[in-house]
Design a protein around this ligand. Structure first.
Ligand code: MN
Length: 194
């Protein structure tokens, strides 16, 4: 079962070649999921994905997320991915879109904390359409409130909001490994080519 939401995802991939998940719309049973995948493609980047409307809304973050509220990280909106992509770790073959190695750098659940001016909660899709998403992440590495602010075209900024989970340390350097397998990119690549 395909979906209009995932048509861009589907169009870019050959599912006989790649082991990435098939395009299928589905919802988490309870809390909504987020994942950050570290992706060593033509350029190393981190893919932030938030479950929204049965798919994973996705942003490519070249420098990766930061726990420091002073950092503003460029986050480029990319195509929606199927929910099951949150578990994908492996090697996307040469010639395929995004060819390179992917690890599950962080994952967990999130809460929508965005409110309107009157303090009333607004939906994720409304927050996204308005260009200001605010979520509280509960991951292994990323915790606390984060904002995604729309700039122009596909460009957003990912910023840690000030709270007790804000940190100065460089989390991408301090914790480079997968939370799924404990492996780093090189180990996943090597294990695949065996
Ligand atoms: Mn990517």
């Amino acid at each position: 079962m395909g979906s209009d939401k995932l048509s861009a995802y589907k169009k870019r991939r050959h599912f006989k070649q790649t082991t990435e998940p098939k395009p299928r719309v589905s919802h988490s049973k309870s809390k909504r999921a987020f994942v950050v995948q570290k992706h060593d493609a033509s350029r190393l980047h981190y893919d932030l994905r938030l479950e929204m409307g049965g798919v994973l809304k996705s942003w490519a973050v070249p420098k990766g997320p930061s726990l420091n509220p002073e950092d503003k990280r460029l986050a480029v909106l990319t195509e929606d991915h199927p929910l099951s992509y949150k578990n994908f770790e492996g090697v996307i073959p040469e010639g395929e879109y995004g060819a390179g190695t992917v690890i599950v750098w962080d994952r967990g659940t999130y809460e929508n904390i965005k409110m309107d001016k009157k303090g009333k909660a607004i939906s994720m899709s409304e927050a996204f359409e308005n260009g200001t998403v605010e979520v509280r992440l509960k991951g292994k590495k990323l915790k606390g409130a984060f904002a995604l602010i729309h700039m122009q075209d596909k460009n957003w900024l990912l910023i840690k909001m000030k709270d007790d989970e804000a940190r100065k340390k460089d989390i991408t350097k301090a914790e480079p490994r997968s939370v799924k397998s404990g492996k780093n990119l090189e180990e996943v690549r090597r294990d695949k080519s065996k």
